[in-house]
Design a protein around this ligand. Sequence first.
Ligand SMILES: CC(C)(COP(=O)(O)OP(=O)(O)OC[C@H]1O[C@@H](n2cnc3c(N)ncnc32)[C@H](O)[C@@H]1OP(=O)(O)O)[C@@H](O)C(=O)NCCC(=O)NCCS
Length: 183
Amino acid sequence: MVDALDSGSSGEIPVRVQVPPPAFKKKNFYMHIRKVILEDKEKFVKTYFLAYKELSDYKYHTSKEVKNYFNWLYKRDKEGFWVAEENNLPLGFIASDANWRSIDGEEVLEIHELFVIPEMRKKGIGKKLLDTVLEYGKEKRKKIAELWVGKENFQAINFYKKRGFKEREVIGKWLRMTKFLDY
Ligand SMILES: CC(C)(COP(=O)(O)OP(=O)(O)OC[C@H]1O[C@@H](n2cnc3c(N)ncnc32)[C@H](O)[C@@H]1OP(=O)(O)O)[C@@H](O)C(=O)NCCC(=O)NCCS
């Protein structure tokens, strides 16, 4: 494992956060999913930039923006915010929100964010994180899960389609997708 130095964008004191090196590739791994705590902010920022490297149209570009984004997600619904880890190293995050209303004014479980580091994709981590928040949505008695995905982020769109999400409208560069939650 390597130490990455977060220089930040606002002259803050650099913080050392452990992230997996790019060559990190394993077949067998032990993953643990737990709720996010405030102290995960630096891990979130590092993992976010690794996961969004290839998606420049749909991401925040500075550490400050991503920290503010983390604060916003945490404030919206900290109970719906999860991290997948192996040996305390983050593999992916998902942030959902049981206090959200759709553009039609309907109460939904909103999925604001989901990402997995590239080296650990296609191992079922994204699905496990998604299943975790869909269960959370059911605990909160939501009928619909909703998300907005980049309209040309085909990998993610296909991932959601295969898991029962339907394509709805496009607004700007974003596609809305929804799924009925089964009880
Ligand atoms: C979308 C994203 C979260 C998916 O994460 P992931 O961990 O790769 O997801 P999974 O491994 O559960 O599933 C991905 C594919 O791998 C396949 N897969 C899962 N386990 C596998 C295994 N052991 N061997 C081979 N394939 C496997 C799944 O069947 C799935 O394929 P499908 O979508 O064609 O059905 C990830 O690609 C990502 O972080 N993208 C960048 C950020 C992003 O776009 N986020 C969405 C914002 S709305």
